[in-house]
Design a protein around this ligand. Structure first.
Ligand code: ADP
Ligand code: MG
Length: 426
């Protein structure tokens, strides 16, 4: 709210409030309508910053002027949104933008506006860091409260500092604008939150769709491969019955049979993918012994990559699952960690129980991942390796879900990665 040489107090039109609300809502609705939820916009935050700056500019350009030069507008709303959905840096830029245009307009009214905006920016930084952890109801309620308090404090401070006379029309227009601020922020937060929830949901659905397609494809391919393999196995068995064969030749046939069985086991895993595990296949599994077994089977692999694998078992943990699948989970995760940490790196596997759950932590000091990479983890065929299949983590995630567990990934580029898996105890 600004000081300005102006129009008669009685000329204050309450329907101007509606124009103000439109000025604030229009760019935001346009943004929501134009951003396609399939594409992710590059520099989304700066894009949002521009939207907020334009909205703020429009709001100030169409402000309602009172007779002694007080400007009433909803600029606090885009300013608030710039912090919430753009981040602190974007918020500070929009604040600076406001200071500049406010300075250009001039007038004594800028002093209370500057003081309030400056102080609110500090509060906003803290508010923002908590905002995204709240539920939608709390977000809306506290945002409305914040906006009402901060937008009321400008005329309040102005009245005290500039010793303005207070009368009924002035007071009622202040009250109207404070309420308009509250309503507009309620509406915008509501719109933004619904949009973000929808976007998140769509992402999840697309991810599941892909997994479903892979499951179907894997099942049909695996099924087709199994038939010729069965006949190959039969003929090899017949061949091994032959009497005129050297011990070495018999050894080769055994290797063939073992490898065929291994291939068959892998196919079974893919066939199992996407299907709910049979109840009778589940049994009590000791997590630590499966971990040790997996590390043992990877020992030559880790030596080959020059990576040292250590294990800390703090508690004995028994879960319901299948031993083979649990081992497959460990092997996939530890193998990735070895590949990321190689050469001369360290991988640590820690198992402890916590809150009726077993917590498995697999840490490496390898190449780490960017936020974008972390988001893609578990998607079929997502791999950054030349010879990667991008199926390992997809299967792993499926196994974890089957056991009623979940995972957390924290990673920093060139520092390392920590996979934390939580599975409910027996
Ligand atoms: P693959 O190992 O065949 O590439 P995965 O599904 O096992 O497929 O892993 C997918 C991708 O996830 C890897 O290509 C790699 O980029 C990333 N990744 C997985 N684990 C780690 C890790 N511990 N450190 C860094 N990147 C990892
Ligand atoms: Mg892998």
């Amino acid at each position: 709210m600004l000081q300005h040489k102006g129009v008669d107090m009685m000329s204050f039109q309450y329907n101007n409030i509606l124009i103000q609300m439109l000025m604030v809502l229009f760019p935001i609705i346009l943004y929501l309508a134009l951003t396609n939820d399939r594409q992710t916009i590059k520099n989304e935050h700066s894009y949002w910053g521009y939207i907020c700056a334009i909205t703020m500019g429009l709001s100030i350009a169409f402000s309602v002027k009172l007779d002694d030069g007080i400007f009433l507008d909803l600029r606090m709303v885009p300013w608030f949104l710039s912090f919430i959905y753009g981040g602190t840096a974007v918020g500070i830029h929009v604040t600076i933008f406001f200071f500049v245009i406010r300075f250009v307009i001039g007038g004594t009214g800028m002093i209370p506006a500057f003081i309030v905006m400056f102080l609110s920016s500090f509060v906003m930084c803290r508010f923002r860091s908590r905002f995204h952890h709240w539920g939608r109801k709390k977000k809306i309620m506290l945002s409305v409260l914040f906006l009402v308090v901060s937008s009321a404090s400008i005329p309040f401070l102005g009245t005290i500092l500039l010793e303005q006379p207070i009368n009924f029309v002035r007071l009622s227009s202040y009250v109207c604008f404070v309420i308009a601020n509250g309503i507009t922020v309620w509406l915008t937060i509501h719109l933004m939150e619904s949009y973000r929830e929808k976007k998140k949901l769509l992402k999840e659905i697309r991810k599941n769709e892909k997994l479903h397609v892979v499951g179907q494809m894997a099942a049909s391919v695996a099924h087709e491969i199994r038939n010729p393999m069965t006949s190959v196995r039969g003929f090899i068995q017949l061949l091994s019955l032959s009497k005129n064969m050297s011990t070495a030749e018999r050894g080769y046939l055994n290797v063939c049979l073992n490898e065929l069985d291994r291939a068959n086991a892998i196919i079974s895993d893919y066939l199992a993918f996407g299907k709910i595990q049979d109840i009778e296949k589940l049994c009590h599994v000791d997590v630590s012994s499966e971990a040790i077994q997996s590390i043992k089977s990877l020992s030559s692999y880790s030596v080959l990559h020059g990576v040292h694998v250590s294990v800390d078992i703090c508690d004995r943990a028994v879960v319901i699952g299948s031993p083979g699948k649990l081992q497959q989970m460990f092997v996939n995760l530890i193998k990735n960690a070895i590949e990321a940490a190689s050469p001369n790196g360290h991988v640590n596997v820690k198992i402890h129980t916590y809150n009726q759950q077993v917590e498995i932590m697999i840490a490496d000091d390898g190449e780490g991942m960017s936020a974008q990479q972390i988001e893609n983890l578990g998607l079929p065929y997502y791999s950054t390796k030349e010879k990667g299949t991008g199926l390992g983590l997809m299967v792993t995630l499926q196994i974890i879900r089957e056991m009623g567990g979940h995972w957390k990934v924290s990673s920093h580029l060139n520092e390392g990665t920590l996979f934390t898996i939580m599975i409910p105890l027996l």
